[in-house]
Design a protein around this ligand. Structure first.
Ligand code: ATP
Ligand code: DP6
Length: 382
């Protein structure tokens, strides 16, 4: 590990896309949510953050670089993560004085996302999960993922769900200090491995209103929002967990779509309103609805985070019907289809207008599926 007094650890960490959405904080400092949430971890073979954490007595200040650009590391959220991880390392060093004093050294963090940053594709989730996991590995912390989730949550709420892989819930908790606001594994990816996700990228640029700002505008102004947190989400959390444990795609799909719609309804109910979806997003919804009607069952489920890009969940057995129909509409020439074995097919009748919007509006696709948690790597970025 040590190389001329530089200590390093690197990790890949995955994106997760929620099927019960986190939107709203009851404590903005500790990133404590108003409601529980649940997500599917996406495969790192396709979407990932790669982060190297290094430290050395020769480094003079903490630093963070993202995709080659220096970032502000002094933000309270990043500082909270570094402070907590250093405290855990300090405790190890105190109990075993022969350990090198890494907790006293400056940290150099170098990170790269292989997908659009801040575009509603959960870059903050993968980013902070990778940051916490890489430093925890550098510090050789024996801390279980549940406890690391408490730290990652303070970087970005959704990051606490990217430390496990598979199907993950984040319980809102009740303690004011956030000690019980943790993520936990509902089921590993291997429990329901044929869950697939098609990402339809309608706009890879940064969104106008960040999740952090948007959700607190909703908390402050939406009269629908308290109803969502108190009445809508709790039964949906229970139903979604049950659907996943029993591999019931029909229930999973219905809940996922209703959840996305309820979340975006709260955004529209915010004053002034927040519109993350665009015309192409709504056209993608119409296509999903038509595919489900044509099949006579739920073959796919759309969901949107705080951005216009559509995530379509489906099962491997329905790949040709779902991804094939989208390929027929989006066009075979667009980036992302190559080498995935999906055959373009005609979409159901009556989709001419929305089909044209999908063709024009979707610039790129990403075909992926449920995947595992952070992976340690010896590929170092610095
Ligand atoms: N690899 C990374 N390492 C550290 N921080 C990152 C990394 N990637 C993203 N971030 C942080 O996350 C911010 C983006 O978070 P934001 O919530 O606005 O967008 P998003 O996570 O892509 O979308 P959403 O959460 O709505 O799906 C970036 O501006 C940066 O501060
Ligand atoms: C719509 C969402 O993606 C919102 C994610 O919000 P963030 O986790 O990015 O917010 P902060 O905690 O302020 O960093 C829904 C979800 O992932 O559950």
């Amino acid at each position: 590990m040590a190389d001329e007094e530089v200590y390093r650890a690197s990790t890949y960490a995955p994106v997760n896309i929620a099927v019960v959405k986190y939107w709203g904080k009851r404590d903005t400092t500790l990133n404590l949510p108003t409601n529980s949430s649940l997500s599917v971890t996406l495969s790192q073979d396709d979407l990932r953050t790669h982060t190297t954490a290094s430290c050395s007595p020769t480094f003079t200040a903490d630093s963070l670089t993202l995709n080659g650009n220096p970032q502000d590391i002094t933000t309270p959220r990043t500082q909270a993560c570094l402070r907590e991880l250093r405290a855990l390392r300090h405790a190890l060093e105190t109990s075993n004085p022969s350990l090198p004093k890494l907790s006293t050294m400056s940290l150099r963090l170098t990170s790269a996302n292989n997908f659009p940053t801040a575009a509603g594709l959960a870059s903050s989730a993968a980013g902070f999960a990778a940051l916490v996991r890489a430093i925890a590995d550098l510090y050789a912390l024996p801390t279980p993922p549940e406890d690391l989730s408490r730290i990652a949550r303070q970087g970005s709420g959704s990051a606490c769900r990217s430390l496990f892989g598979g199907y993950v819930a984040w319980n809102t908790g009740t303690s004011p200090d956030g000690s019980d606001s943790l993520a936990h594994l509902i089921a590993p990816a291997s429990h329901w491995p044929d869950m697939r996700a098609l990402l339809l990228i309608t706009n890879p640029s940064q969104k106008a209103i960040s999740s952090t700002a948007g959700m607190q505008q909703t908390v402050a102004t939406s009269p629908l929002f308290p109803h969502r947190a108190a009445e809508i989400v709790p039964p949906r959390m229970r139903a979604m967990e049950k659907a996943i444990l029993s591999r019931d795609f029909d229930s999973f799909a219905t809940l996922t779509m209703k959840e996305s719609n309820n979340f975006h309804a709260c955004c529209a109910d915010t004053h002034p309103p927040i519109f993350y979806m665009n015309d192409t997003s709504r056209a993608c919804i119409r296509v999903c609805e038509a595919l489900n009607v044509a099949a006579g069952r739920a073959v796919c489920a759309y969901t949107f985070d705080a951005g216009p890009n559509c995530v379509v969940y489906y099962l491997q057995a329905d790949e040709q019907v779902v991804a094939g129909s989208f390929k027929g509409l989006v066009g075979e020439g667009k980036e992302g289809w190559e080498g995935k074995g999906v055959e373009a097919r005609a979409a159901p009748q009556g989709l001419e207008t929305v089909g044209e919007m999908v063709r024009q509006g979707v610039g790129r696709v990403i075909l992926t599926g449920v995947g595992d948690g952070p992976r340690r790597t010896e590929q170092h970025l610095c």
